[in-house]
Design a protein around this ligand. Structure first.
Ligand code: CDP
Length: 199
């Protein structure tokens, strides 16, 4: 069975938390596509060559979650050559037997426009900054400024800019608990695939 859930949205909106919960509940494979761009930037050298030669080891680095790695990722992510080098891998992953969830910026719009379920997860920049500062530390005002800068770059780039797919379900997590956000996302999966029960 092939079944793809595409989750997009701005930085630190809760995409990964929702994706991991859905993956566990429904038994889907999960790919955090942001990690690919973070790893390309961290590898250094020519970003297109880095993307073409990305290895599992590159993705296992322990310095990919930092604020600086996120900023660097959004710079290389604006390069069309980097994006196209990573497209096939993501599309193959999306067709994993048993179902797959991918989160990122262009999953519902470019990578998997035919995804059975599309979610656009967002929340206020202030709430996102508080969550990210809790995760990786750092001064709150600086974290907020960096998130805003990164969102503007991701939304403003020419190739695969961040925007909701036309048929995406919008989930604003500003005033939601994790459980409430996951419940909305689960309902969207079940609506497309009602026979899928909790394994
Ligand atoms: O975890 P967070 O939401 O902060 O970021 P991420 O998902 O790890 O993505 C890091 C950066 O990679 C983003 O700011 C985007 O510039 C880029 N990215 C992208 O362009 N396309 C994707 N599908 C995923 C990430």
């Amino acid at each position: 069975m092939e079944f793809t859930v595409a989750i997009d949205g701005p930085a630190a909106a809760g995409k990964g938390t929702i994706a991991r919960a859905l993956a566990q509940r429904f038994g889907f494979a999960y790919l955090d596509t942001g990690l690919l761009y973070r790893a390309v930037a961290a590898k250094g050298g020519d970003p297109v060559q880095a993307a073409l030669g990305l290895t599992a080891e590159d993705l296992a680095r322990d310095d990919l979650r930092s604020l600086a790695a996120g900023q660097a990722a959004s710079r290389v992510a604006a390069l069309a050559g980097v994006r196209s080098a990573l497209t096939d891998f993501q599309r193959r992953f999306a067709r994993t037997a048993g179902g797959a969830i991918l989160d990122g910026r262009d999953i519902g719009t470019v990578i998997c426009p035919m995804a059975e379920v599309k979610l656009y997860v967002t929340s206020s920049a202030e709430v996102r900054a508080v969550r990210r500062a809790r995760e990786v530390g750092g001064d709150l005002a600086q974290v907020l400024a960096q998130l805003r800068e990164r969102d503007a770059r991701d939304m403003g780039r020419a190739d695969a800019p961040l925007r909701p797919a036309q048929d995406a379900l919008l989930i604003d997590t500003t005033d939601l608990t994790i459980e409430q956000a996951v419940a909305l996302a689960s309902a969207a999966v079940l609506a497309r695939f009602p026979e899928r029960t909790n394994p």
